[in-house]
Design a protein around this ligand. Structure first.
Ligand SMILES: Cc1cc2nc3c(=O)[nH]c(=O)nc-3n(C[C@H](O)[C@H](O)[C@H](O)COP(=O)(O)O)c2cc1C
Length: 380
């Protein structure tokens, strides 16, 4: 169980960690001893950092010959350590006081500002690739597209029913389609255990099942389309398990990307993501959360999201009253598949036609749906 550490343990950890931030390469000749006298709730904590011969060492207690002493409330020094408070500004605004020269304080700021290079953090080099920038992207029609069908009803579900038109369109473009039915009995994908062994071993997962082979397949595909029914405003569990297991493909480094932080990939390639989802409810708004999820997945997996294809009211639109709209939807899906393979995008007109409610009465829709379930429900 993880517990909140005591102040003593917390400061111990902080100073031990700080040692590593000393930039011995830039300041090899710097020699100093910093004594810290930190207070919290009437308790005083003594730590020191001594710098000599290009190395920093931390210690608990009082040093005999400190070059300078910093007297600070613990909370203020933690603000400095977390970067919330600039060390010099904190002193100028009297949040803490020092005994010694300003030179030493400035040096503390500089000498412990070590930046790690790409060589020191393996995998940290993460150049934003042209294919991640829509204006610079050059789409090549793929020979093959991978579709992961995350519907537990596999080939018998509405996801697959609509998917067939999309597949037909892709194939019309001369692109082969491979469909993996994730819920096929023989395919075992257990949930990620969150143990981070894959990060420590650089790519070995402790779970031995079919995820590895599937992740390799996704890793080799130019375009992967995730198809699934909307489940509780989200993704069906086995598909989520597969996406979680893809953690194995990212590098344990943290880099900036568009004002956020993300991980570099172990192996960066030009690859794309699309998703197709079918819902029970008739309104397209229900896909909002899952659309955001996929934006995040695409950003963090470095595989741009090139199509979000949504069909609300999937089941109901196969009902007799909606037959003419269904034909339009299926035709649009077919054209969308062709466009996706040929151009790497789908026109707004087609996407709208796939998602449209075709102006049907919501009230009548609910009456039909209620009637359907009233007839289907067993009564005593
Ligand atoms: C467990 C479960 C959760 C569902 N959650 C939602 C939901 O949050 N929103 C929605 O519109 N439909 C929801 N549905 C309905 C399905 O998305 C819909 O029936 C879909 O057509 C099923 O596709 P399939 O036949 O491929 O399984 C849910 C269905 C199930 C079984």
């Amino acid at each position: 169980m993880i517990e909140i550490s005591s102040t003593q343990e917390n400061l111990n950890g902080l100073f031990r960690f700080w040692n590593n931030l000393y930039d011995g390469k830039r300041f090899p000749a710097f020699e100093a001893v910093y004594q810290f006298v930190l207070e919290e709730k009437g308790e005083t904590y003594y730590f020191y950092l001594s710098i000599s011969k290009g190395k920093a060492k931390c210690g608990e207690g009082k040093h005999q010959l400190p070059s300078m002493t910093i007297y600070s409330p613990v909370a203020v020094w933690l603000d400095v350590a977390s970067g919330k408070l600039n060390g010099i500004w904190g002193w100028l605004t009297r949040k803490y006081r020092i005994k010694g020269s300003l030179y030493h304080l400035k040096m503390l700021n500089k000498a412990f500002g070590r930046k790690f290079t790409d060589e020191e953090i393996p995998g940290a080099e993460d150049k934003i690739q042209d294919f991640e920038i829509p204006g610079k992207r050059v789409w090549s029609k793929p020979d093959k597209v991978l579709i992961i069908n995350g519907s537990p009803r596999k080939r018998n579900g509405f996801t697959y029913f609509y998917l067939q038109s999309l597949i037909k369109g892709i194939e019309q473009a001369g692109t082969e389609v491979e469909v993996i039915n994730l819920y096929d009995r023989g395919l075992e994908i257990r949930p990620c255990r969150g143990c981070f062994t894959c990060w420590r071993t650089r790519g070995e997962c402790v779970i031995k099942d079919d995820a590895k082979e599937l992740i390799e397949k996704v890793g080799a595909a130019y375009l992967t389309i995730y198809a699934f029914p909307l489940f509780v405003d989200s993704i069906p569990a086995k598909l989520k398990a597969l996406l979680d297991r893809m953690f194995i493909t990212i590098s344990p480094a943290f880099v900036p990307y568009q004002g956020l932080t993300r991980h570099p990939l172990c192996d960066t390639k030009e690859q794309y993501t699309a998703f197709f989802s079918v819902s029970g409810f008739p309104e397209v708004e229900h896909f909002g959360p899952v659309a955001e999820t996929f934006k995040g997945i695409a950003r963090n997996s470095h595989k741009p999201l090139i199509a979000t294809i949504l069909r609300p009211g999937g089941q109901s639109f196969t009902a007799p009253a909606y037959r003419s709209y269904l034909n339009e939807i299926l035709l649009s899906l077919e054209q969308a598949g062709q466009e996706l393979a040929e151009r790497g995008k789908i026109s707004q007109k087609l996407l709208k036609s796939i998602s449209s409610d075709y102006g049907v009465s919501k009230e009548l829709w609910r009456t039909y749906a209620n009637l359907h379930w009233a007839l289907a429900t067993k009564r005593d």
